[in-house]
Ligand binder design. Sequence first.
Ligand SMILES: Cc1cc2nc3c(=O)[nH]c(=O)nc-3n(C[C@H](O)[C@H](O)[C@H](O)COP(=O)(O)OP(=O)(O)OC[C@H]3O[C@@H](n4cnc5c(N)ncnc54)[C@H](O)[C@@H]3O)c2cc1C
Length: 465
Amino acid sequence: MGTDVLVIGGGNAALCAALMAAEAGASVTLLEAAPREWRGGNSGHTRNLRCMHDAPQDVLIDAYPEEEFWQDLLKVTGGITNEKLARLTIRASSTCRDWMRRHGVHFQPPLSGALHVARTNAFFMGGGKALVNAYYRSAEKMGVQIRYNAPVERLEIENGRFVAAWVGTERITAKTCVLAAGGFESNRDWLREAWGQNERGEWPADNFLIRGTRFNQGVLLKHMLAQGADPIGDATQAHMVAIDARAPLYDGGICTRIDCVSLGVVVNTEAQRFYDEGEDFWPKRYAIWGRLVAQQPGQTAYSIIDSKAIGRFMPPVFEGVQANTLPELAQKIGLDVATFMQTLNDYNAACRPGTFDHTTLDDCHTEGVSPAKTHWARTIDTGPFYAYAVRPGVTFTYLGLETDDTAAVRFGGVPSDNLFVAGEMMAGNVLGKGYTAGVGMSIGTAFGRIAGTQAAQASGFGAKS
Ligand SMILES: Cc1cc2nc3c(=O)[nH]c(=O)nc-3n(C[C@H](O)[C@H](O)[C@H](O)COP(=O)(O)OP(=O)(O)OC[C@H]3O[C@@H](n4cnc5c(N)ncnc54)[C@H](O)[C@@H]3O)c2cc1C
């Protein structure tokens, strides 16, 4: 006998959907492509959830009202967002935590080094891995059938209605289905195709690293688009940060971040600076550096600091390349010494004296050098010196399926009445570009819960809304 609700995927969005559908009384089967030990997708790498709140609430300080959250989203997306769905996400983020706690998720005050987000973001105790494990435990208790090593390759869809899913040669039927199988960030061929070849003849995506799971291959996304599901977003838009070039191809997670960019300069493989390293606070700017580095030759750059910066940023897991002089540093990282020294000397000569304060947008800036460094510009002159090679790290892609406030998949503008979508597979409805920390989990939680509720209702459980 088929299940009522079939959930495809095994991360936050899928688990939220499965739990809501099970709470409504539906029988639920969840198909996770990964083996049990790798379950949870990118959600296992997360730390926090962006939450609206009008007054201090347990781990959240001050207030972060709807309008401010919305303005933040509007700014980072440059207006490429669906206001209705964005506001729905924002409002849902203010009420979901009690439900999350009921399913075993705990929150903690932010750790030092992340205090700047204490107002806007609630941190998971034990990180995303603990969240995912708690949800799996709760789902098992509620009788959700969980199958690992179950990558769905295709669906049978008739007139916009879900009929069955195929895992290898097995056909799995259900009354309704929720798609929550992530983006296509782990599919290197697709990234290559989307990014194409640049003017230097390079295929930039060949040098990208994937910060999260290897299982988000976008197989279902591609299949759904081929079936005529309405798309949303652009295949080159993604959350991308500059990460340690030594990170593994997949699953390096958050510990591969290099957080000293705003304290020094960044040069490319031609030993040239290419962007204002002090444009804004690092947490507000770290998500643009993946794309910036993607545009550089070899998709590699070097974050250069001197010993004055040590102790002012979260130290990376792996030590940087260290040298007592700048020419020696250039040599060690394989850059042309003369060009590197010219770049550093030009920068140092352009630094204007000011009062250095890394906690404010201070007045330490450059004059007469391009690109300018507009804050925290101090001469790089005190050895030992350090260099960290960085490469673009893709967090998740934004191309997805268009949806509405019922999380329905749409075909030619018509919402399916039994096929729903949540998480990265539809995040592009809210995030056309850009990112603001913690909103990936806000979107996945909001739409995962809606999709689960809707799927249960469409299967005959719970009141019609
Ligand atoms: C290193 C890192 C840190 C992050 N930190 C944060 C953070 O602190 N806060 C935040 O809000 N966001 C963060 N994000 C983004 C966040 O992970 C995502 O927005 C969110 O987890 C998406 O949830 P999801 O359920 O849609 O996708 P995922 O959690 O990636 O789950 C997708 C699931 O689908 C499965 N799957 C894929 N294809 C198939 C298939 N064909 N059949 C069956 N199953 C399939 C995968 O195995 C996986 O279990 C981070 C991401 C990374 C990589």
